[in-house]
Design a protein around this ligand. Structure first.
Ligand SMILES: O=c1ccn([C@@H]2O[C@H](COP(=O)(O)OP(=O)(O)O[C@H]3O[C@H](CO)[C@@H](O)[C@H](O)[C@H]3O)[C@@H](O)[C@H]2O)c(=O)[nH]1
Ligand SMILES: [Mn+2]
Length: 708
């Protein structure tokens, strides 16, 4: 025992081989880029016989695109600079009595798009985590203000009284009942008669639970539009019995469960998810005030009960604890098909980039699956002997809440105080509470971007906090990924818009970050995140049209095959696609996935990245209001079938289809014309690259061509 307490709670592995490969690649690729840009620049600065009015503009556009893409490439190397990974040893943690409390925040917004049974599965999986129940408090924020959700919570509480003991008794791994009973995955199987009987019993109870929740959904109130105008409702879920003694006894082994629907009025901005999270931050402050918070989306259940303990291996390590703001787990998904045509699992982020992020100061908050220190969200204006006036200006007028900022203040939920505190919570969840305060600007989750997660992470890192990325072999959280083109583009557009919000604000990481973040490289990572949509849609639109139009008109834009600069261009192309291929393969994915990613990069660049950027600029000049359309979590059987077969689902708006169709047609036309030029005019030398570009575009986008 003595010796085990000296063992480290976690280890960090530096990926030496990757670092060597990446830096070597950076070295050679940069040299090639310098030559490439020199070739372009010399066209403008030295006398060239081919220079005419007609050629200057396309050359300029292509040049600018190449500069932009090169800069984007350079920024993206920050994620490749020093990747690391980590292992945690939860078995070395101190005893349960020494573990800190955890408040779980789950957000839901729309009972139609986010079916209540699914949301309750997330709630149940959080309640059933392997953590002392008296230290676990689960809060659900319901932005829809739907009675069906509140009723679902009461049903979930009842079912939890069976579910939790069952999970504990048999050490069940997957603690979301739906996934446990119906996903084809192995879990504890004791084979014994008793276990089989228990399992059948619980399954039956779960079926009853589902039926009751759904019944209520049909007679209930799932009218849409309801989410915009309703008072605050806060309820600590418990048995309706009035006998406090019985209650105390029954709920001893159950985490606290709280339903929160903040007040919403059409005349008040509500700041979407960030607004919801800030309400939870305040309400939980006067109820449980745990020092750590687990943030979860309603579509992302706990797939392994140990995540809290894993996270505590970092939070309780005295060496990093004082500056550690959060531990981020990856988003993983249960509904990914083998082919994954939409790259729903975000391979590059969660398999690769976040490891690089982690090596230079830590990843950004990634929306869901993070354990964050409450203090880090509320610290900016706390001085030890904080001036009460100043605290009020930052945090608003609630004395109870300001008291909660002192970490060791544990609100006592004794019966006589309970009602007072719940009244206070109502005030904290009202839509006017934040008026004139620093919520969303200095404290709490940040407003000003619909990618509240990245923005909040960035601001925390700029205040000197660090974070770590923890990616154990068994996924700790599993969610539903998008399975249709429509959601794919809508989500991509929202993310773009949110990231560009940050890029064009005064917090642009390129300018605001470098001197503030933990390392310079970390702020380059953030700069890449915020700027990549702009840096992709501009050049990709150019490369999808300019060389093609020029080919149609017989204007050469690239060096001839016999020119020595041809090698430079070929090198840059081959070096970037083969590096990408290497990364895909080395993270355990297939050649096919590489093609999918190439295609998705092109599709997103010409659609979502364009629309999202335009959306962000229009918001900036006040021509548009911010919006957050949640993705659809109801599986459409046909769409799902197509996704699983790897067939693109073109049931999406014309806004998205039109540019894709137009570009495919243009590229096919220019390819045909190019080939005839080569055959009939013998211009292979002159136009090789320009014929190759549309060829590559068509090759990578073949499923789209086929779909059309
Ligand atoms: O006004 C709103 C809108 C959304 N949500 C919740 O936000 C979560 C994420 O929404 P979802 O529709 O699932 O969007 P995704 O695109 O899957 O979310 C990703 O992108 C978001 C930022 O755009 C992050 O907040 C998420 O964590 C991240 O998983 C869900 O639980 C919603 O219920 C709210 O609580 N209030
Ligand atoms: Mn989601």
């Amino acid at each position: 025992m003595e010796s085990s307490s000296k063992l480290p709670l976690h280890l960090c592995h530096v990926h030496k081989l990757s670092i060597f490969i990446n830096r070597t690649h950076i070295f050679f690729h940069s040299i090639a880029l310098v030559f490439l840009l020199y070739y372009r620049a010399s066209f403008f600065f030295f006398q060239d016989t081919t220079k005419t009015k007609a050629t200057t503009l396309p050359w300029l556009l292509v040049f600018v695109s190449e500069i932009v893409l090169s800069f984007e490439w350079l920024l993206s190397q920050s994620f490749r600079w020093s990747p690391v990974s980590r292992t945690a040893f939860p078995e070395r943690l101190p005893g349960d009595d020494k573990l800190p409390g955890v408040d779980v925040f789950i957000c839901t917004a729309d009972p139609e798009k986010e079916p209540t049974v699914g949301v309750m599965n997330t709630v149940l999986s959080a309640m059933a985590m392997d953590y002392p129940p008296e230290k676990l408090h689960v809060y659900l924020s319901d932005d829809g203000g739907a009675a069906v959700t509140l009723k679902g919570m009461r049903e979930a509480w009842r079912f939890a009284k069976w579910w939790l003991p069952f999970c504990r008794r048999y050490g069940i791994k997957c603690r979301a009942p739906e996934a446990y009973f119906y996903a084809e995955e192995e879990d504890a199987d004791f084979g014994g008669i008793e276990f089989v009987q228990d399992r059948e019993d619980i399954k039956e109870k779960y079926e009853v639970f589902k039926k009751r929740v759904r019944e209520k959904a049909t007679v209930g109130d799932t009218r849409s539009g309801l989410g915009r105008d309703h008072p605050a409702v806060i309820e600590v879920i418990q048995e309706t019995s009035n006998d406090d003694a019985i209650q105390e006894n029954e709920t001893k082994n159950m985490p606290l469960l709280v339903y929160v629907s903040r007040e919403k009025r059409p005349s008040h901005p509500h700041y979407f998810k960030a607004g919801a999270l800030n309400v939870l931050l305040r309400v939980s402050g006067v109820i449980s005030n745990s020092p750590y918070i687990l943030g979860l989306d309603c579509d992302m259940h706990c797939h392994d009960p140990s995540s809290a303990r894993q996270a505590m291996c970092f939070h309780l390590d005295p060496k990093i604890s004082p500056s550690l703001a959060f531990v981020q787990f990856p988003q993983k998904f249960h509904n990914i098909s083998k082919n994954d045509i939409y790259d729903s699992q975000l391979r590059s982020a969660f398999w690769l980039l976040w490891q690089g992020f982690d090596g230079v100061g830590g990843p950004c908050v990634s929306g869901t699956g993070y354990y964050i220190k409450r203090l880090s969200l509320c610290s900016s204006s706390i001085q030890e002997d904080g001036d009460p006036m100043k605290l009020r200006q930052s945090f608003g007028p609630s004395i109870e809440f300001i008291k909660s900022l002192h970490q060791n203040n544990k609100p006592d939920m004794l019966i006589h105080r309970k009602n007072a505190l719940l009244n206070e919570a109502q005030l904290l969840a009202s839509c006017t509470f934040e008026n004139g305060t620093k919520w969303g600007e200095e404290v709490g989750f940040m407003y000003g971007s619909v990618a509240e997660d990245v923005f909040t992470g960035f601001r925390l890192h700029c205040k000197g906090w660090i974070s770590v990325y923890c990616n154990p072999p068994r996924p700790q959280f599993l969610g539903s990924g998008i399975t249709n083109l429509d959601d794919f583009l809508v989500q991509g557009t929202r993310w773009t818009s949110g990231l560009v919000d940050v890029a064009i604000s005064k917090f642009c990481p390129l300018i605001y970050g470098p001197l503030k973040t933990y390392t310079f490289v970390q702020s380059m990572c953030y700069a890449e995140l915020a700027l990549f949509p702009i840096f992709y849609f501009l050049p990709l639109w150019c490369f999808a049209t300019i060389p093609q139009l020029c080919l149609l008109n017989g204007i050469p834009l690239y060096p001839e095959v016999s020119n020595s600069y041809f090698i430079v261009f070929s090198f840059v192309f081959i070096s970037s696609i083969s590096k990408h291929l290497y990364e895909v393969l080395s993270t355990g994915f297939t050649f096919r996935h590489w093609i999918n990613e190439q295609r998705i990069w092109m599709i997103k660049s010409v659609t979502s990245h364009l629309y999202g950027s335009v959306d962000a600029f229009m918001k900036k000049i006040g021509m548009r209001e911010a919006s957050f359309f949640p993705t659809d979590k109801v599986d459409d059987v046909d769409q799902l079938k197509r996704y699983n077969m790897g067939v693109f689902d073109f049931q999406t708006s014309i806004l998205f289809l039109a540019p894709m169709a137009a570009l495919v047609i243009l590229n096919m036309a220019s390819f045909v014309v190019g080939i005839s030029r080569v055959i009939f005019l013998g211009e292979l030398d002159k136009f090789f690259i320009q014929v190759f570009i549309p060829f590559y575009v068509i090759l990578m986008n073949y499923p789209i061509v086929e779909g059309m």
